[in-house]
Design a protein around this ligand. Sequence first.
Ligand code: AKB
Length: 308
Amino acid sequence: MKKIIVTGALGQIGSELVGKLRTIYGNDAVLATDIRTAQQDGPFEILDVTDGKRMHELAKDFEADTMIHMAALLSATAEKNPLFAWNLNMGGLMNALEVSRELNLQFFTPSSIGAFGPSTPKDNTPQDTLQRPTTMYGVNKVAGELLCDYYFTRFGVDTRGVRFPGLISYATPPGGGTTDYAVDIYYKAIEDGKYTSYIAEGTYMDMMYMPDALQAIVDLMEADGSKLVHRNAFNISAMSFEPSQIAAEIKKHIPNFTVEYAVDPVRQAIADSWPNAIDSSAAKAEWGFNAKYDLASMTSDMLEKLKK
Ligand code: AKB
C-alpha cells in the first residue's frame, strides 16, 4: 500500500489533492499535514515545515514512502515579505528533501511559471531556457528546481515536479498569488455581476483547471522513471488567456457581467515578467501530460459548481 505524507495540505492545491489521493489510494494511505488544523477524513498532523525534526518523525512514524511537499508562500505574498518567503520556501523544501533522502521517499514538489523572468522567451516558452526571475518567489522556484535535480543526481532521491501555471478551482480559494484574479473573477461574477481586475487587459498568462493539475501530479508520480529525461520542473499548461477573454467567456453565461480595471502595480509587474504561454511538449512526450479543460469547458464547470 502507498503511504503518502502531504505538507501544506490545507492550501489551494493540497486541500483538493489530499481528497483525490485518498480516493485513489485509501483514506489511511495519506497523512495530511499543515501549520493549522481542520476537519479531515483521514490522518492529520500539525506540521511547521521549517521544523525538519518533526517532519522526519511524522514521515517515519507513518511509514511514508512518498513525500508531496506543497507548503509555500505564493508570488505576491512572497514579495511583501521576501526574507520570510526565503526561510519558509527554501527551509521547508530543504527539510522535505532531506527527509526524503533519509527515509528513501519518492518526492514531488511544484515549481511554477514564476521560475521564469523578463529575459525568458515569452511565447511557446521552451522547457529548457533562460531563467532569471525578478521575484523572490521566482528565485525560490529556480533554486528549488536545481535542488530537486541535485538530490536526484547526487543522492538518487526520486524527485519529480512540474511548473504549474495559475490554477483555478471552485473548492479552495487561492491566497497571495498573481494569477488569483482568474479565480476571483468567477466568484464576483456570481455574487455581484461585475469584477475589478488588478491585472491589466492584454496580460496573457498560462492557466489550468484544478482537476487537470491534480491528475498531472498523480500521472507524473506514477510515470515510469526511466522515461523521464527532465524529472523536475516540467512545463505544463492547459490554456493561456488575458482578463478580457475570461470575461467574454463568463458573459456567455452571465450576459450582464462587466469588468473594470484597477491595476495593482506590484502584481502587474510580476505578471509582466512571466511568459505569455509555455510549451508543455516535454511533459506530453515523457509522461503523457494531457489537460482536459480549456477556457470554455472550465468556465461552464466553474460557474455551475459555484452556483450550487
Ligand atoms: C502565483 O500566482 O503565485 C501562483 C503561481 C503561478 O505560481 N499561482
